[in-house]
Design a protein around this ligand. Structure first.
Ligand SMILES: *Cc1c(COP(=O)(O)O)cnc(C)c1O
Length: 377
């Protein structure tokens, strides 16, 4: 339920389409659906369920908090935390059947004293991204042997992350080479999961021969990591953002609109107000962009406020009309281009103040309003 005329729609059929086609294209046995950051703003529980129904086998998030909250709704599927977890929180992860990432030798030394329930871990190699992970063949070998001897730690996975699978082929190849060198002394068959690909590698590179799974993020949502490269799978944008006009008013030449009075009418005009603002992640940078009403584009005028925005409309538009801020006409990619950012940031930015509505077969199957989350847990 929600009582405000602004909402996100997530088309779960499109998520399913993206997941099943990408999985088929990849040929990997396992697929981690990456649902960090509340499933890139789409809603983690709902997307996770749709992705699992469509062929994803595991889930992945960035932080333990995300995994624990997802675990309240999804009981059986392994959830991997891809970022570092504090040593003192290992038992919490283990109790909830959450797989964690081992990223550092110091961490392993501290975890040597761990005596809680057995925890499944994935070893992270830094093969060139230079974010988290072990950086040499020697440390990887040491980490491997130390963890294998630990009675309460179960080493199940080995993975790395690519920095340029969608742009620089040379650097990507260099990372592959580094992986080969780093793992030369290891028996990869001793790992249940070997994963390297993100969306970009899944779409634009051939599957890595030693891997049996991948981590699918942005492309699951129907957004391409790089629009300049052709995708072997048709991606369908699942996210759209809508509002409804709460007031229409006429202004005269010389009248000004919004904080700072930055927009001045040069003729009599009609202005519509919609209940969405920067606190919803509808950032002030969207000022001067256009939104769609009944398929026609209208510009946002004046500064975007915390809770409301103003649009310059014409005689055909009235109070109560639906406004489409992001849809198939005003796409996430267009917004990203206008804001000089990436599609990831546009969808992640839409805050949890905006309720999410989930569609399947063209009808609403569920709703999520995080304002009322304490009522549903
Ligand atoms: C976020 C993330 C992914 C998913 O990346 P996409 O580009 O969205 O597919 C995969 N692996 C790691 C380690 C990540 O942090």
């Amino acid at each position: 339920m929600f009582y405000r005329d602004t909402w996100v729609e997530v088309d779960l059929d499109r998520i399913a389409h993206n997941v099943s086609h990408i999985k088929e294209h990849s040929g990997y046995e396992h697929l981690f659906a990456v649902v960090k950051a509340n499933a890139y703003g789409h809603g983690d529980v709902e997307v996770a369920r749709a992705a699992l129904d469509a062929g994803a086998t595991h889930l992945a998030v960035a932080f333990l908090d995300e995994a624990l909250s997802l675990r309240l709704a999804i009981k059986d599927v392994p959830i991997l935390v891809m970022g570092p977890v504090r040593v003192e929180d290992i038992s919490l992860a283990a109790e909830h059947k959450i797989h964690i990432t081992v990223h550092d030798m110091d961490w392993i030394m501290q975890a040597a004293h761990y005596r809680g329930p057995t925890v499944n871990v994935h070893l992270k190699m830094d093969s060139g991204m230079h974010r988290i992970g072990l950086t040499s063949a020697a440390t990887l070998a040491l980490a491997n042997s130390t963890l294998r001897e630990h009675k309460h730690i179960n080493l199940v996975g080995l993975f790395t992350h690519f920095a340029t699978a969608d742009s620089c082929k040379d650097y990507y190849s260099q990372q592959l080479k580094n992986v080969a060198e780093m793992t030369a002394g290891l028996d990869l068959n001793t790992f249940e999961y070997v994963h390297q690909s993100n969306s970009a590698a899944l779409l634009y590179q051939t599957p890595q021969p030693n891997a049996n799974c991948a981590r699918l993020g942005i492309a699951m949502y129907g957004l391409a990591p790089n629009n300049e490269m052709s995708s072997p799978v048709s991606l369908k944008q699942a996210f759209s953002l809508h509002s409804r006009i709460t007031q229409v008013k006429s202004i005269l030449a010389g009248d000004k609109v919004g904080y700072g009075a930055t927009f001045e009418a040069n003729a009599p005009m009609k202005i519509a107000v919609i209940p969405i603002g920067y606190a919803d992640g509808w950032l002030r940078y969207h000022q001067n962009r256009s939104v769609s009403i009944k398929g026609k584009l209208y510009p946002i005028v004046g500064r975007i406020c915390m809770d409301q925005s103003m649009i310059l409309i014409d005689e055909t538009i009235t109070t109560g009309d639906q406004v489409d801020l992001i849809n198939d006409q005003c796409t996430v990619d267009m917004a990203a281009k206008d804001l000089q950012t990436i599609n990831y940031e546009i969808v992640c930015s839409i805050s949890d103040r905006v309720p999410r509505r989930y569609l399947q077969g063209g009808v609403t199957v569920s709703e999520r309003n995080d304002r009322f989350r304490h009522l549903s847990i």
